[in-house]
Design a binder for this molecule. Structure first.
Ligand code: NAI
Length: 460
């Protein structure tokens, strides 16, 4: 079998130094990989006038696997983050971060071995944000059944491949009953297909507390995007910080592995950079490709090197990047078998079409801009006003609660009979226009197979 071709993006700052270290180690370990070099970041911007040239994207699309060094994102202006562009354009739906204690790296706990899988596309990261008034901003949290299913399917497949025993779904479904509730429901649906893996769930705040008191309680964690963003750095902190944290971004057709740290411009070109995080990412990549023997040998050499006290400055040692690399190469166990890479599993959602059933519009929420309780009509045609809330707390009917009132109100209309038609809503909007009541947005309320699919106000 010919070598697997992998796109290598050295990137900016210390990127080329740590990438060169990985190339040397892979060569010494006789890993069946051929690198195809590609540019991204500041270095590409200077050469081609774009931080992410088409040729780099073509290389990743063709080879399907890339190892990426850090790239510099200018603060306030300049080009967009290369990472975000790669992630979005290749639909890299899962961010996978192993967190394992390393010998001779000071940490509060010993023997941590976690795998964190973060949904990477949905949640509040769609960036669907609006001001509803100059003083009222909102952000849509989007969780979908196919998006959740895809990330869970990957998490369970990875758990099986890596001989993991348990997956914990991390959520806040006690508060976000609809969005995180859906995430949790899909988790247990997918879990049924993997009876060999224990599945449980935990609320995100309790998860954080337990991670810093009893991290051994966890094995694989799977989380929606925002909690995953935060908890993954917490886990990195448990094993020595971002300097030793690897990560992979997994898509349906491509996967990009990268260190979590940045381009470290303060030490670039000084032979001081620690290649460990990028090396751990490349080890993760080898396992993803089914090259377990190569991954185990390189990881063993890394552990032996650190155990012998050879460390770069960031970890309290005095080895240069080159010295650390040479020491690691000298610790490589011999290659005792030839391996062939395998194509990644198909994790695409099996939900090809939307879930079937009866989907009925049973009400409408009008969001009104008004500094005081808006003078909403009690009844318009088929629709009756049943409730108004401010920042989620009911303010009508009944006594006005002692809360801070802001200038956007939600006003809920429910039909006297049957379901709500578009005509009912148009009539309501016209009535509001006549009274000069300013509506900001309209949200339809639905039942699915008779079950209500929207939340109630606090106190309703
Ligand atoms: P940084 O991670 O580059 O550096 C923070 C500190 O950690 C610095 O003192 C640096 O010397 C040290 N450090 C980081 N990696 C190291 C390594 N491998 N060995 C030894 N020391 C290491 O974070 P910073 O300074 O906030 O960002 C610098 C640039 O990197 C920015 O342009 C930022 O946008 C970019 N960045 C890129 C990322 C990526 O491409 N994945 C991720 C984070 C930041």
């Amino acid at each position: 079998m010919p070598n697997k071709v992998v796109t290598l993006i050295p990137g900016d700052g210390i990127g080329p130094e740590i990438a060169a270290s990985i190339v040397k180690i892979f060569e010494a370990a006789e890993v069946p990989i051929t690198w195809e070099y590609a540019d991204a970041g500041l270095v590409a911007n200077e050469k081609y006038g774009t931080p992410l040239p088409d040729s780099t994207m073509e290389s990743i699309r063709k080879n399907r696997i890339a190892l990426k060094g850090p790239t510099t994102t200018p603060v306030g202006g300049g080009h967009k983050s290369v990472n975000v562009t790669i992630r979005k354009s290749l639909d890299l739906y899962a961010n996978v971060r192993p967190a394992r204690t390393l010998p001779n790296v000071k940490t509060p706990f010993e023997n941590i071995d976690l795998l964190l899988v973060r949904e990477n596309v949905e949640d509040t990261y769609g960036g669907i944000e609006h001001f509803q008034s100059p003083d009222y901003a909102q952000c849509l949290k989007v969780i979908t059944r196919p998006g959740s299913e895809t990330v869970f399917r990957y998490a369970f497949e990875a758990a099986v491949q890596l001989n993991r025993k348990k997956i914990t779904c991390v959520h806040k479904a006690n508060i976000h009953k609809i969005t995180d509730g859906l995430f949790l429901e899909v988790f247990y649906d997918v879990a049924k297909e993997y009876p060999q893996i224990e599945a449980n769930d935990i609320i995100v705040d309790n998860c954080c507390m337990q991670l810093v008191t009893k991290p051994e309680n966890f094995d694989v964690l799977v989380l929606p995007n925002l909690y995953g963003d935060i908890v993954s750095d917490l886990c990195a902190g448990l094993v020595g910080g971002l300097g030793v944290a690897p990560g992979g971004n997994i898509g349906h057709h491509q996967a990009v592995f990268e260190a979590v740290h940045g381009s470290a411009p303060d030490i670039a070109g000084k032979n001081m950079a620690n290649p460990t995080a990028l090396l751990l990412s490349s080890i993760q990549m080898l396992r993803f490709l089914g090259l377990f023997h190569a991954a185990d040998r390189i990881e063993k050499a890394l552990r032996l090197t650190l155990s012998s006290g050879i460390k770069t400055r960031d970890l309290g040692g005095n080895a240069t990047t080159d010295e650390f690399t040479r020491a690691l190469v000298s610790e490589l166990p011999p290659k005792t078998k030839d391996e062939e890479f395998v194509e990644p599993p198909d994790t695409k959602s099996k939900i090809a079409v939307a879930t079937k059933g009866t989907w009925e519009c049973v009400g409408v929420d009008m969001f009104i801009q008004s500094e005081t309780l808006p003078p909403m009509p009690q009844s318009v045609g088929n629709l009756d006003l049943t409730m108004m809330s401010n920042r989620g707390t009911k303010v009508y009917p009944g006594p006005m609660p002692d809360i801070l009132i802001v200038d956007v109100h939600r006003c809920r209309y429910i039909p006297k009979n049957g379901i709500v038609s578009n005509d009912d809503i148009m009539k309501l909007m016209k009535a509001l226009e006549e009274k000069s009541i300013k509506w900001m947005h309209v949200e339809k309320l639905h039942n699915f197979n008779g079950k209500s699919m929207y939340s109630k106000a606090q106190g309703e």
